[in-house]
Design a protein around this ligand. Structure first.
Ligand SMILES: *Cc1c(COP(=O)(O)O)cnc(C)c1O
Length: 387
């Protein structure tokens, strides 16, 4: 017992010394992008992934309430046992329609989707070629698969081509994995180039569209935004960001979807989602399909902010402001909080050393006046002066 606690304490102390210790803070979200941290004053959040404000949309909340009343608070078992309540089928059909795929399968979360999908498709004799900046849960899925993993430089199609050309003949199956939108920089993967490459070498291209569903491509995600609909056979994503609920998915062909339902361990050996979460996601996707102006708004606001700050023009609702050290990034975040804004500082290991940053994310539920005041405040704090 003593060695266990001293291990944990020493580890935390070392992280604290590098300003990398993390803490959970009670946060009460009160409707459209307003929140209160640890019981403090109300702040406007420019840090959520709730890009459309749908987590607090009245129709989405009502759908969740109705589902809980009808089907219960929990699902009671794995989907393969008795947890596959009828809302799942409706949600999967909706995702497939939105994505233009034959089918879709819903997992417990985006993280669970990635750790289930990747080992179901590739194993120890296979090769995974991944962008160096893919999300942490893709790393977890790749490790579980025991496949050989090679990384290519961020968004560098030529480098990916080099790796595949040199190694294709040594492996039966090759999986190329990228994020559709990179959450820390807000840039979009070059899917036409990667998709053409994948076709040429009979490799399978997979996107993680966690930040792309509901935000780009008319809400349909990165493949649609880049004109690569037919080049991306594996479109994974989450229902926890723009869709405002919880859960993960893979949109793919019918055989691939059926294989997941039969073999993906993170689908089989875990309890089905609460009916309320599935109903909320379904309602949110209906709203996304019906309202292209809502989908376009977060990126328009992001562009307005970036222009006023002298930053590169974003194609997504995400605007990074790289500060440098952990200490400076935390200080900038604290100063913004004093002015009424919640903007989280992202630090290593989430971002590379020396690139600690403020990550601004914009939502359809921000008012124009909120963004104007944010711009004013950033100017006042000299944040637009940062290199
Ligand atoms: C948030 C995120 C996930 C995880 O999704 P959850 O549903 O929150 O588990 C996966 N990939 C990327 C790129 C993400 O940003």
């Amino acid at each position: 017992m003593f060695s266990l606690d001293s291990f944990a304490t020493d580890k935390l102390d070392a992280l604290e010394a590098r300003n990398q210790r993390r803490r959970l803070v009670d946060t009460e979200r009160a409707g459209a992008m307003a929140l209160s941290v640890a019981g403090g004053p109300s702040l406007i959040s420019f840090t959520d992934n709730d890009y459309l404000g749908l987590s607090t949309h009245p129709a989405v909340i009502r759908a969740a309430q109705d589902a809980a009343a009808r089907y219960g608070a929990g699902s009671g078992a794995s989907r393969l046992v008795t947890g596959n309540h009828p809302l799942y089928g409706a949600l999967e059909a909706k995702i497939a329609r939105l994505k233009g795929t034959e089918g879709a399968v819903v997992f417990g979360s985006g993280y669970l989707a990635n750790v289930g999908i990747i080992p179901t498709l590739v194993g120890k004799d296979d090769l995974i070629v991944a962008d160096e900046l893919v999300h942490t849960c893709i790393h977890a899925g790749m490790q579980l698969s025991r496949a050989r993993v090679e990384f290519f430089r961020h968004n560098d199609v030529d480098h990916a081509a080099d790796i595949i050309a040199k190694n294709r003949s040594k492996h039966e199956r090759v999986l190329i994995v990228v994020d559709g939108v990179y959450s820390m920089d807000g840039d979009i993967a070059p899917l036409k180039g990667l998709g053409t490459l994948a076709e040429h070498y009979d490799a399978w291209l997979m996107t993680d569209d966690a930040h792309a569903l509901g935000t780009i491509g008319g809400g349909r995600g990165s493949a649609h935004a880049t004109g690569a609909e037919h080049l991306v056979p594996l479109q994974m994503g989450t229902l926890s960001k723009a869709a405002g609920s919880y859960g993960g998915y893979l949109a793919a062909s019918k055989p691939v979807v059926d294989l997941m339902k039969t073999r993906a361990r993170s689908l089989i050996y875990t309890t089905g989602l609460p009916p309320s979460a599935v109903a909320a996601a379904l309602k949110a996707l209906e709203l996304i399909e019906a309202d292209p102006d809502m989908v376009a708004r977060p990126t328009l606001l992001a562009r307005r902010f970036a222009a006023a700050m002298g930053l590169a023009m974003p194609d997504t609702p995400i605007v990074p402001l790289v500060i440098g050290t952990e200490v400076d990034a935390l200080a900038a975040s604290a100063r913004l909080a004093d002015e009424g804004f919640k903007v989280i500082a992202f630090r290593p290991p989430t971002v590379p050393e020396g690139t600690s940053r403020l990550r601004f994310s914009f939502s359809a539920s921000h008012r124009d006046a909120d963004v104007d005041r944010l711009i004013e405040t950033c100017h006042k704090l000299g944040l637009n002066q940062q290199p």
